[in-house]
Design a protein. Sequence first.
Length: 536
Amino acid sequence: MASSCSLFHSSLSSKSKSKFPLPRHQNNTKFNRPPPTVISCTSSSTYDPCPSTTSSNSNSPSPLKSGRLADENIRDEARRHRSIANNTFSAKYVPFNAGPDSTESYSLDEIVYRSLSGGLLDVQHDIEALKKFDGAYWRELFDSRVGKTTWPYGSGVWSKKEWVLPEIDPDDIVSAFEGNSNLFWAERYGKQFLGMNDLWVKHCGISHTGSFKDLGMTVLVSQVNRLRKLKRPVVGVGCASTGDTSAALSAYCAAAGIPSIVFLPANKISIAQLIQPIANGAFVLSIDTDFDGCMKLIREVTSELPIYLANSLNSLRLEGQKTAAIEILQQFDWEVPDWVIVPGGNLGNIYAFYKGFKMCQELGLVDRVPRLVCSQAANANPLYLCYKSGWIQFKAVKANTTFASAIQIGDPVSIDRAVYALKNSNGIVEEATEEELMDAMAQADSTGMFICPHTGVALSALIKLRNSGVIAAGDRTVVVSTAHGLKFSQSKVDYHSKKIPDMACRFANPPVQVKADFGSVMDVLKKYLGNKTPNH
Ligand SMILES: Cc1ncc(COP(=O)(O)O)c(C=O)c1O
Ligand SMILES: N[C@@H](CCOP(=O)(O)O)C(=O)O
């Protein structure tokens, strides 16, 4: 039996009951009644105006203070509150950047990675349905979910569920409460090295498996969980990886009890990244090729075997990754920064950021999108070369070894998405040499960060654009940090021991070897302190 809180909008139609304004009616009456579809108290909001009345059984245990029943876990609680009727929102696959005449589309429950013409796909949301709620509604709804443990909205990704995978049952979601990552004010770095006072680092790598890939993987693995329950032919999930996608895939699959298979280029990823899928029980293939070779193989294999493809060629991943952009706006109280700088490899993430910002603009949460910068390692720079050609010519390259090993990619699958994102955000592409990216990383670390080399690539772009005056001292700028520095400690060890051929390692800070006696220790300390001036 439906509870009183229940399932019909009529129970939400009184403003006094609902915390959130209701959508605009077609006739423009402000906050009129939502469309006559059925929606649960919690399918569009974590806010339950009548939590204690949702159980129809008078013998049920009394609710806890939190609104949860005594014998319930958070998933049970979500199940009790879930909608038993159709959700108002929906999404489907369409060919990426299809013209207005295209009618090609696929349900998200289909296993499809490419359009009929062989192009990329995109997840298209029913924007008209989302637009029935105004920008203020969405801002307030998303803000209300931050910092909670309500399943699944406590996750930074699932707090935007209606914009991500609106139709998935919370019961099918596999989440580690990812997202909600720190937006770090780089006060000292900005001031000391760039003369900036509004510089921020979005620490997407301080996360469950240590990279932004968690944001996309929770979505992909949740959908796989659903497909398996629907008895679709998915025996396992596979990816090619430079180390972060494989870590995220194996962790989320392990949490859900789903087999994962990862293709890694032998000797081209860090030890920390290699041990992650091994520890999480993935089937790990170390293949004597580079990432592009692994990517080619996984595409062939997934078209032959019932292994679901987890790379960002699969547009589902980007639906999760785009929430980092929404989160940045949220953390600035819905003010739009001037610049967002993202390191690029397979090039899904730059498009994901664009999509997140664009949806916020389209749905009235903000009035513009920031300018995007994509930064590549000079040793693996096909996008940069394409940009320099005036976007005229894209040619895959052979990616050379780089300390930014996770972006050692010469034939990015999302090239079309990246070009689209950059063209539509008045974007810029930069590149960083090995010395530039390692120096930038070392300087940032010396101000209290501990970033990965890929973030060094993004910082190098910022340094260049500041020096050329393109980015002004007062511009609010966000650098996206994509992985945890601890995954790449060997690169820092090499740098600080000045062991890198042809690199000055100007900011190295090697440890001082000293004998274990008081005099020797005093000597080195006096010498060290002699170079310092008191701070007053
Ligand atoms: C740490 C890190 N930074 C940046 C990237 C680049 O992201 P994308 O491939 O979406 O361009 C990747 C993966 O490619 C990565 O693992
Ligand atoms: N850096 C990535 C490369 C693959 O990117 P994806 O986003 O297409 O999975 C990795 O860590 O594997």
